[in-house]
Design a protein around this ligand. Structure first.
Ligand code: G3H
Ligand code: 13P
Ligand code: ZN
Length: 316
């Protein structure tokens, strides 16, 4: 069942984080639902602008509706990841999304406030929640690339004013993580002091951690052993993710790790069966392996086994 993102946050706050997993195709959707059902976890399914344009946004929506029928016990929210204003408005008009992220973090503060405020106004009229970003994460998304020199940690002096002026429902903060498979190339680490301070400034307000893939080194090794060339790939320490989940980070965004599982499953499958050209062979392996990854990650986040409790919580 598609549920409200805010309700999931309310249940999770301070106890655990909900996994927000990006999807682009049918195999990712199947693996994601299977994994979350296996671990009995609520989750957030994220669609980026790039994902909406990869095949067709209508196809993704239809596949998610179908998955909802195939897995009637699943509880999940549907979220637009890193939207610009036009895409947010399109998602709001479509009525399918539980929440949208407006990412105007690359704009100067007042512009970020103005753009975010317009999206919040439109979203709240439709009872849809808005995640906004303050600060600037490093790394690569399909439409934005920010190098380390231009990444900017969330400025604590702006946080309260930003949330009050925009009316946003959750905040993505830049705390030292970056998008993609090459994190922490410099000396930086996660800035827990920023999370701690924001929690003090905004008690009970849901925070979001982007760039949270752990880039499992075994995946990287296997990909490289099967012909890949991922040199120096590195992610977030899982113990740090668990810690953040107890500090008001209610949503943890993961995309890259899923891509690594996909890459490993396909490279190994074609290496081991060079005569094969049937896409279903690696596809089946990927779905099973991605489900396993989700089970593991939900353990790290603390969302495993929470499904029955959340179901009860939503009835109240
Ligand atoms: O934060 C970015 C996500 O990993 C989405 O990536 O824009 O390439 O779909 P994408
Ligand atoms: P990763 O690249 O670390 O998976 O981060 C994904 C993300 O933040 C999506 O918004
Ligand atoms: Zn992100």
């Amino acid at each position: 069942m598609i549920v409200s993102t805010q309700a999931l946050f309310k249940h999770a706050y301070g106890q655990y984080a909900v996994g927000a997993y990006n999807i682009n195709n049918a195999e990712q959707i199947m693996g994601l639902f299977r994994g979350n059902m296996d671990s009995q976890a609520p989750f957030i399914i994220q669609i980026s602008q790039g994902a909406r344009g990869y095949t067709d946004k209508r196809l993704l929506e239809a596949m998610i509706r179908a998955a909802d029928q195939i897995f009637p016990d699943a509880l999940f929210a549907v979220h637009l990841d890193h939207g610009d204003e036009a895409t947010c408005m399109d998602c709001l008009a479509g009525g399918f999304y539980s929440s949208v992220m407006i990412d105007a973090s690359h704009e100067p503060f007042d512009q970020n406030v103005a753009i975010t405020g317009r999206v919040v106004d439109a979203a709240h009229k439709r009872k849809i929640a808005v995640e906004a970003e303050l600060g600037r994460l490093g790394g690569v998304e399909e439409h934005v690339s920010v190098d380390e020199a231009n990444a900017k940690l969330t400025d604590l002096r702006q946080v309260k004013e930003f949330v009050e002026r925009t009316g946003c429902d959750s905040l993505a903060c830049a705390i030292g993580t970056s998008h993609g498979a090459y994190k922490f190339t410099g000396s930086q680490g996660i800035h827990f002091e920023i999370i701690e301070q924001i929690q003090k400034l905004l008690p009970g307000f849901p925070l979001v951690m982007h760039g949270s893939s752990s880039v499992p080194q075994d995946e990287v090794r296997r990909i490289n052993a099967a012909g890949g060339k991922l040199k120096g790939a590195k992610g977030v320490d899982e113990a740090q993710i668990s810690k953040a989940g107890k500090m008001g980070v209610t949503k943890v965004n993961i995309d890259t790790d899923g891509r690594l599982v996909w890459c490993r499953a396909h490279r190994e499958s074609f290496r081991d069966k060079p005569e094969n050209f049937d896409l279903r062979s690696p596809g089946k392996i990927f779905m099973a392996e991605y489900a396993k990854y989700i089970v593991h990650k939900n353990d790290v986040l603390g969302s495993s086994g929470k499904l029955p409790e959340v179901k009860e919580f939503l009835k109240r």
